[in-house]
Design a protein around this ligand. Structure first.
Ligand code: NDP
Length: 239
């Protein structure tokens, strides 16, 4: 039977790979994002239903609800990103506060607000999966703090959803090449150092993350909840 799936930020990168996996199975998939153009393109390619939605906005989430399947089997909280690549230094406290809040909103509030908004639709036996980051463990300013907060918040969520037969987990990628996340933001040296930090000697691709999501959304993972699944090419195995 086709499952009902929501992939936030599903028009590009990791979210698009996740959406492709589920539409490929014949599931009913809704993808979201703030920009209409990439959503339209992704919808054409995958057959997913695309809805413009800013997941930091409660009003936008309420408008999203009628677009979703009545029964949501899998929620993938993938929307996010690092908003302080060019964080101003010095004593511009207002700019610092703006950047800090933007990271928390983009990576933590999005997931919490979305999960809360769709809670009544989540089907027994379903799965909530957040896309975290290795930055949660390695330290990466406000972005890393937001992703660490996401993993911590998820533990409580797993406790709340467990009695309903729902699981809640985090997939935590390392460096995933060729998404908008790092595009035009890395020097060759920085890219090489990220690859050198892996045990496998190559960056991940969005499909690596989609594979982990697919597993956590499958019946094989029904007894796994409140966990973080690292998909980082063995970054913790290198010295
Ligand atoms: P992308 O920039 O391609 O994907 C992010 C997606 O999220 C975009 O489609 C973006 O669309 C959407 N998005 C961002 N904010 C919002 C919002 N407020 N509401 C709705 N949609 C939003 O990069 P990735 O695919 O790499 O990133 C996906 C996830 O993976 C992110 O959570 C990121 O933090 C995480 N990650 C990525 C890593 C990497 O190396 N690439 C490593 C570790 C984690 P739009 O701008 O149109 O809203």
């Amino acid at each position: 039977m086709p499952r009902g799936i929501l992939v936030t930020g599903g028009a590009t990168g990791i979210g698009l790979a996740v959406a492709r996996y589920f539409t490929g199975r014949g599931d009913t998939v809704v993808i979201t994002g703030r920009r209409a153009a990439p959503l339209e393109e992704a919808a054409k390619e995958t057959g997913a239903h695309a809805v413009v939605c800013d997941h930091t906005e409660p009003g936008a989430l309420l408008r999203l609800l009628p677009e979703l399947p009545d029964r949501l089997d899998v929620l993938v909280n993938n929307a996010g990103g690092q908003t302080d690549f060019d964080s101003p230094g010095g004593d511009d406290l207002a700019a610092y506060a703006r950047d800090f809040r933007a990271n928390l909103d983009a990576n933590l509030l999005t997931a919490a607000l979305t999960t809360r908004a769709v809670d009544a639709r989540l089907a027994d036996g379903g799965a909530v999966i957040h896309i975290g980051s290795i930055a949660a463990d390695k330290g990466s300013g406000a972005y890393g703090a937001a992703k660490a907060g996401l993993a911590s918040w998820n533990v409580g969520l797993a406790g709340l959803l467990g009695p309903r037969g729902l699981t809640a987990n985090v997939v935590s990628p390392g460096y995933i090449a060729d998404t908008e996340f790092f595009r035009d933001k890395l020097t060759t040296e920085r890219r090489d150092s990220l690859v050198a930090a892996t045990a496998v000697g190559r960056p991940g691709v969005p499909e690596d993350v989609a594979g982990a999501v697919a597993f956590l959304a499958s019946p094989a993972a029904r007894n796994i909840t409140g966990q973080v699944l690292n998909v980082n090419g063995g970054e913790y195995a290198t010295r």
